[in-house]
Design a protein around this ligand. Sequence first.
Ligand code: ADP
Length: 379
Amino acid sequence: MNGWLKRGGLRYRLLLSHLLTIAAGALTLLTITIIFAPGLHDQLMIAWLGPHWTETADASMVEMERATNAIFTLAMMQALTISSGAAVTVAIFVSLVASRQIVQPIDNLLQVTSRIAAGHYAERAPLIGDRELARLATQFNMMAEALERAEQRRVALIGDVAHELRTPLATIAGYVEGILDGIIETDEATWALVLDEVNRLRRLTDDLQQLSRVESRQMTLAPTPVDPAHLIEAAVTRLTPQFTAKNIELHVNIEPRLPPVWADSDRVLQVLINLLGNALQYTPDGGRAVIGANSAGEAIRFWVQDSGIGIAAEHLPHLFERFYRVDKSRTRATGGAGIGLTICKGLVEMHGGQIWATSAGPGCGATFYFTLPLYDQHE
Ligand code: ADP
């Protein structure tokens, strides 16, 4: 058998099933002809000459009956042979057409699968074949697209991490070389600058580790019923000194008697501190920030509003993406790598909540919201 009609292949089995059906049909017809043809002929003779014709028939009539019977059977056999030949031809043709419609798309899919497995993520299966096969190809292409996106994200992530590591490493290397060459003095201020960069690297690796745990859903939550007001007060207590130092007013606006949320208080506190920290970072001295919570149907909505630099509309949908920074130079100078909001998003979504941001534009401040399910609702 050649490659086209491989023994055991789908084409081979399709053709074989057609041929077997024809063989079974022909065999049945043949058996019926052999068993019933003489009887049918007898009935014909009885109808023609009466039930007792054999008693009155002479030898020539009996001979004629035998000959007619033989011709009748032969005619049936010839008809059967010719029709079987025609059926086999049709079966081969039908198998060819069916194999084109079924086997070809499957072959295409197989080829594309092995190309993707070899790392060619942009490959797509052509949408040919029957409805089911075209649907299979569509689903396959969607899966291939998801794989391609994941691969692009992986490559981008490696590039981003390398980029983020390079700046502090280059700074540290610059100081150390300067010290070794005797150009920079080894005083306390120099070591403090080196330590700053080391801390930046440490923060970055901690964030990256947490990001990977959040994104791979490896982080486990220890949720309990938590009073939203307690969470906000804890975050405010933690950051009030920094707000005071920067002369930014910090107000709290919590709806009274809010029901408890279902949350891991440490993780939610981390989200609130991150959002409040951003409000502090992106609001100039003398500004104002408000942190609050109110009920929103089956959830509690937390929010942090500031009167800071604001965010242009085109950046809003990307804020929660990894390493996304609106103004890269500004945030690099202040230490942000653009991972904080991505971690917040992961943590909020792990709780079954949502997070989003709004801003009337640059210079108009920004508000970050997130929701957490009510404890009752969770129960
Ligand atoms: P970063 O560590 O750079 O602050 P984040 O993930 O916390 O990273 O924030 C991503 C980006 O979103 C920031 O770089 C900044 O451009 C923008 N951003 C976040 N919070 C605010 C805010 N309150 N006001 C204006 N821009 C903000």
